[in-house]
Every structure is written in structure tokens, then in C-alpha cells.
Design a protein around this ligand. Structure first.
Ligand SMILES: [Zn+2]
Length: 501
């Protein structure tokens, strides 16, 4: 069976889940569900990043222990992901003892290979990002993401010979052996690596107590970013043997936001190269939701609460709306009123209305609908093309394009109803009425499959209305996307697919 390993970044417990972190996680979930629907064996990993001085400081401010704070925030993440129907296979926490073991194995292996040395670090450090900045990277002397001045910092610590991997990384990216998408991000990274000499990376901290102690020097803890990146290995239970990781390795898709680009596109592959571990197949940098052009985040005070949004729109609709708003690799501005307009147009008046209309029309006769002699070639062709575009789009992480292809089917079905006027056919030409309704029911069945990764419960409801709840779930996707062969005896439902807001 084909295997598919997908990861989100793990989320820092310094903030509660907001619509930005929900965006990444829902996107990963749609891909996970899509690949499961295709019959693949999926491992979907997400989790929380729990170490570092910021967490210790936040805990001290709240007069609690760091671990307690982590437990609280992580519980909230798990709760919100459950609400949003995130079907992860494993939730990794960097305070898990098994994760700490992986980090120790990894750092020890680097040291044994002579890739770690002791040195002195001095630099400008952003507490928000938990990383050092060079003067050049700052905007008006401030961190470009937190709009705050970094602090000046000096300490003794251990370094990883990151600089030794510059040429290797360049070669791999140029030859497409390391795939970074979208193209703009790849080009950006290439020109960065061509123009700048990579500096060695401080991988430990002397004065951060809330972290994983180094295996050879318990006075130092692993730099929180190294700790965090290794979750992708520890989440699969890696125990230090680079020949034996897991059948799921390497990751097929790793999603990340552009604020953590250097860590995932430079440091992460370099760490893997250092231990001869196969690189991820694809690193995908998605865009940000912005509100008035600003990145959303708790520290900026403009975060939208995914649970509240789910109360307004419903969970399934929220998942759809987030991914239909703008292309995944780009930034887009959002607002509740835009979501509202999209909900009305695409879901309440679009799919919801079509579903109710077709079931009502079908209920006007008491008969089953069997495959007709005469098939509408045009409709069959449209569905076949839709499946092609839809699957290609999801393979390319073009969620908005996949959604667009589904919306075209809905529009086509609406047109088909208006042209054929089945309510008139019912009196004039019963066999033609049966033909038309059969085609519409079959379109709905396809729509049930097409929306499934995005809106699993609405998909169930469509199958329920078609009286095919069990039958469709037993099918493989290959069977599901075939035209015809189904005998329909639909049952009008009490529930409304997408209630008006
Ligand atoms: Zn920052």
C-alpha cells in the first residue's frame, strides 16, 4: 500500500491556537483525508513545541510550572483540533520523554561525526522568534515579524557546522532533489544561499533551563529550534539508527509558514544530510492570513478564534472557506464578512440549495431511479474532467483550484435543472423526468465524494440523503468516481445541508 507522511509545524505553546495555525492544520488534514480516500496509508503528524525561555517566562509570570502551562495549552490545541475534525495519527509534544531521547540520539550522532564544537555566541536575539538575527535581516532595527527590537546577547554554547552544508544544499535545490514550493520561495532561498555564506549554528543554550539537556554537557540545553525540528523524526518513534527510521520516512509533504522558512529549508535539510538521513520529498511554504495586511497572531492582538468562527459557520464550512479564500502558497486578506459572502454564495445558495432542490424533485415520484438508457455524455465528461483537475490540484496543494472545480460542477448541475425543468417533465414526460433526476442524483453522489476531504460530515449527509451512507463508504475512490450503476432511492432529510446564517 502506498504510504503518505505529512506534517504540520509543531505549534509553540506560547499562544493558543488561532485561525492561522488552524489554517495550516486544516490544509494538512484535507491532504491526509484525500490520500486516505485514495486508499493510501497515511501518517499525519502534528503537535506542540514546548521548550524555551519564552515558555519558562510565561509560566513564571503566571506563577505556575512550565510543564503545567504546557499541559494546559496543549490540551487546548487538542480540543480545538478535535473541534475542527483534525484526523492526525499522532500528536507529538516536545516534552515527551521519547522525544527527548530522539534529540539526545541526534545530537550525540552529530558530535560523534565531528560536526559539533564549543564556541562563543554573540548576537541580536528576538525573544518572540527565539532566534538570532543579523543586522541585515532586521527591518528598521526590529524583528520583521514581531516589530520589536532584538536584545543583545552573548553566551558560551555548542555549534553545529552548518556552513559545511552550503554547497550540498545549493546543489540539491538546483537539481530539484530537494523540492521547495512554491517556485518563488525556492528562488528566494536559492538567491539567499548564493549571496550569503551560511554561519555555523548555535545548537545549545547555557542559560535556558527549560529544555532538553545535552547528553555530554548537562549545563546546556538543546536550542529550542533544533529540539522542535527533530519532532518529525521522534513522531515516528526514531531511536537513533539512521538506517532504520520508519516505513513512512521520508515525509511526503511538510507544510510550513514563511516565518519559519530558514529553519525548515536550510537547517532541517542540513541536519538530515549530516546524518545521511533521506530528505523530505517536498517542503511547501504556505501564505498567511492577514487582517489589514498584518500577520495574524496573539502577540499582535488581532487573532481570530477558530472555535468562535466554527460556531458561526459550522466546522465543515469553516474548513472549506479557509481554503477557498485564496491560493495556498500566497498571502490573502480575510474578514468575517468575506467568509459570510462566500458561505452564502458557495454553500447555502450553491451546494446546499442544489441538494435540497434535487431531493425535493426526486421525492415527487415514489419510484427508485435506475440507470437510464440514454446518458448525457456532456455531464459524464464534465465529471471525468473535474476529477482529473481536482486530483491534480490536490496533488499540487492547490486547494482553491480543487474547490473551484467542485463549484463548476454545482453550477453545471443548476444549469441542467433550469434547462430541463423536471417539475414540468413530471407531468409531460415521465421517462425523461426519471432520466434527468438520475443524472442529478449521480452528480450529487459525485459531489459527496468531491467534498469529502474538506467537509467530511457534509459528505456523510449527502450520502445519507441519497440513502447510500453505507454503500458509498464501502467503495474505493476508483469505484466512487465511476459514472452510473447506482440505484437511487433518496430520502428527503429534515436537516438542512447549509443553513442560512
Ligand atoms: Zn521575532
Amino acid at each position: 500500500m502506498n504510504k503518505f507522511y505529512i506534517t504540520t509545524p509543531i505549534y509553540y505553546v506560547n499562544s493558543y491556537p488561532h485561525l492561522g495555525s488552524a489554517y495550516t492544520t486544516v490544509a494538512a488534514d484535507v491532504l491526509a483525508r484525500f490520500h486516505r480516500m485514495r486508499g493510501e496509508e497515511v501518517f499525519f503528524l502534528t503537535g506542540t513545541d514546548e521548550h524555551g525561555s519564552k515558555v519558562a517566562e510565561a509560566a513564571a509570570q503566571k506563577k505556575t510550572e512550565p510543564q503545567k502551562l504546557c499541559d494546559q495549552v496543549t490540551a487546548k490545541y487538542e480540543e480545538v483540533w478535535d473541534t475542527l475534525k483534525i484526523s492526525y495519527n499522532y500528536f507529538i509534544r516536545t516534552t515527551d520523554s521519547q522525544h527527548a531521547q530522539t534529540v539526545r540520539y541526534f545530537l550525540n550522532s552529530l558530535k560523534e561525526k565531528g560536526l559539533i564544537y564549543k564556541g562563543q555566541y554573540q548576537g541580536l536575539y528576538c525573544l518572540g522568534c527565539e532566534r538570532y538575527y543579523t543586522e541585515k535581516e532586521l527591518v528598521d532595527g526590529q524583528c520583521p515579524f514581531h516589530k520589536k527590537k532584538p536584545i543583545s546577547f552573548s553566551e558560551e554554547c555548542y555549534f553545529f557546522k552548518l556552513s559545511a552544508f552550503q554547497e550540498k544544499l545549493l546543489k540539491l535545490i538546483r537539481s530539484q532533489k530537494l523540492i521547495i514550493e512554491p517556485q518563488e520561495r525556492r528562488n528566494e532561498l536559492l538567491s539567499f544561499l548564493e549571496r550569503n555564506q551560511l554561519e555555523d549554528l548555535a545548537v545549545s543554550r547555557a542559560n535556558v533551563k527549560w529544555g532538553i539537556p545535552l547528553p555530554w554537557d548537562s549545563q546546556q540545553t538543546a536550542y529550542v529550534w533544533i529540539d522542535a525540528l527533530l519532532n518529525y523524526l521522534s513522531g515516528l518513534g526514531w531511536q537513533g539508527d539512521s538506517q532504520k527510521i520508519s516505513d513512512f520516512w521520508p515525509p511526503d509533504v511538510q507544510l510550513l509558514g514563511k516565518d519559519i522558512l530558514r529553519f525548515h529549508l536550510v537547517i532541517w535539510p542540513a541536519l538530515l544530510l549530516a546524518l545521511d538521513i533521506p530528505l523530505p520529498r517536498r517542503l511547501y511554504v504556505h501564505g498567511f492570513f492577514t487582517i489589514n495586511g498584518q500577520k495574524m497572531g496573539k502577540s499582535l492582538g488581532n487573532a481570530l478564534d477558530p472555535e468562535k468562527m466554527a460556531e458561526v459557520f459550522g466546522v465543515d464550512a469553516l474548513r472549506w472557506l479557509m481554503l477557498s479564500s485564496f491560493p495556498f502558497g500566497q498571502d490573502g486578506d480575510i474578514s468575517q464578512s468575506k467568509f459570510y459572502d462566500q458561505y452564502q454564495a458557495q454553500l447555502a445558495n450553491g451546494l446546499g440549495n442544489l441538494f435540497r432542490r434535487v431531493l425535493t424533485l426526486a421525492a415527487k415520484s415514489d419510484q427508485d431511479f435506475t440507470p437510464p438508457q440514454k446518458e448525457e455524455k456532456k455531464i459524464i465528461k464534465i465529471l471525468q474532467q473535474t476529477w482529473k483537475i481536482y486530483e491534480k490540484s490536490l496533488d499540487d496543494l492547490k486547494f482553491e483550484a480543487a474547490i473551484e472545480s467542485v463549484r463548476k460542477v454545482i453550477a453545471e448541475a443548476d444549469r441542467y435543472v433550469d434547462q430541463n425543468k423536471p417539475w414540468e417533465l413530471l407531468k409531460k414526460d415521465f421517462s425523461r423526468y426519471q432520466e434527468v433526476i438520475y443524472h442529478l442524483l449521480e452528480i450529487l453522489r459525485h459531489l459527496g465524494w468531491l467534498i469529502r476531504p474538506f467537509m467530511p460530515d457534509k459528505s456523510d449527509l449527502i450520502f445519507k440523503g441519497l440513502n447510500l451512507e453505507l454503500a458509498e463508504k464501502k467503495k474505493s475512490l476508483i469505484q466512487g468516481k465511476k459514472w452510473g450503476g447506482t440505484i437511487f432511492s433518496p430520502t428527503p432529510l429534515e436537516e438542512i445541508l447549509f443553513p442560512r446564517l
